[in-house]
Design a protein around this ligand. Structure first.
Ligand SMILES: NC(=O)c1ccc[n+]([C@@H]2O[C@H](COP(=O)([O-])OP(=O)(O)OC[C@H]3O[C@@H](n4cnc5c(N)ncnc54)[C@H](O)[C@@H]3O)[C@@H](O)[C@H]2O)c1
Length: 264
């Protein structure tokens, strides 16, 4: 079992939501944290708040869609703490719309998802994750680090109407752990660097709380535990996957029973 004490976590999307909650937890457990986010103000405010818990925190303003920013982030982690043990590429967005929008009366097509709307989500949620983990794993290998790459998929990966961009990006997150575990095994370091994904249902962060209250109410009605998942519950799972070295190459769902039927 790995220990969090002194372990270094690189967390993108660290200025908000699940990323911020993970940073708080990691510091409370005696770990060290590099948070990265494209939104500079919330990032700096988060860093200031986290310093109340521990001084072992640093931040980097980083747009994960830019190769140079991801290189800078991984270099900053090594320069600050000398190693990387957990990579949590949690920066992500939604931008929901039907692929084809039809008129209720005529049944004719009146709109379609633009290429830009599709590509923006793929750029952040998929390409951004690829760049973040590629740069971090390079430095983990070269600095002889052990640890976990923990991707964040979603129950959206199972297919949700209005999310062809988001669902596609999140489905990719559940194949990446298998590809990378196979590659790390082939190159002889799968015993040191593992890859897993978590797939949350609806978590009570800005991403979900921005959903129209009526729509959100209907969503929660479909969750057997009767509420949103807390960011801290997701973080607890990440921590367990980090500690438990038997976990590799899989996706673990955490959704309060979502999609297991309705109340009846
Ligand atoms: N909230 C949920 O219900 C839920 C469910 C399943 C999966 N997820 C996933 O968990 C992750 C975190 O989501 P959250 O709920 O904490 O959302 P959030 O909106 O609170 O946080 C996302 C963060 O990513 C940052 N970000 C966006 N684009 C970026 C970019 N190009 N470069 C760097 N940072 C960028 C944002 O500024 C924000 O701080 C996302 O990948 C999301 O898809 C969330």
């Amino acid at each position: 079992m790995l220990k969090i004490q002194d372990a270094v976590a690189v967390i993108t999307g660290g200025g908000s939501g699940i990323g911020r909650a993970l940073a708080e937890f990691w510091l409370r457990q005696g770990g060290k944290v590099v948070i990265a986010d494209v939104a500079e103000e919330p990032l700096l405010a988060t860093e200031t708040a986290l310093r109340q818990i521990s001084g072992a925190v640093t931040s980097v303003c980083c747009n994960v869609t830019l190769e140079g920013d991801c290189e800078k982030l991984a270099d900053h982690a090594i320069a600050s703490f000398g190693k990387i043990n957990l990579v949590a590429p949690f920066a992500g967005i939604t931008s929901d719309a039907m692929m084809i929008k039809t008129d209720r009366d005529t049944g004719k097509v009146i709109g379609k998802m633009s290429l830009a709307q599709f590509q923006k989500v793929i750029a952040i949620n998929l390409t951004g994750v690829f760049l973040t983990i590629r740069e971090c794993v390079e430095r983990m290998v070269n600095n002889n680090c052990s640890g976990l790459i923990c991707l964040v998929s979603s129950t959206g990966s199972l297919g949700t109407a209005g999310q062809i961009n988001y669902a596609s990006s999140k489905a990719a997150m559940s194949v990446m752990p298998k590809v990378l575990t196979a590659e790390f095994f082939r190159r002889g370091f799968a015993d040191k660097i593992r890859c897993m994904a978590i797939a949350p249902g609806y978590v009570g962060t800005a991403m979900v709380k921005n959903i129209d209250a009526k729509v959100l109410g209907k969503i929660v009605e479909q969750v057997p535990i009767g509420r949103l998942i807390e960011p801290e519950e997701v973080v607890s799972l990440v921590a367990e996957l980090y500690r438990n070295e038997a976990m590799a190459g899989e996706t673990v769902f955490i959704h309060g029973g979502l999609r297991l039927g309705s109340k009846g």
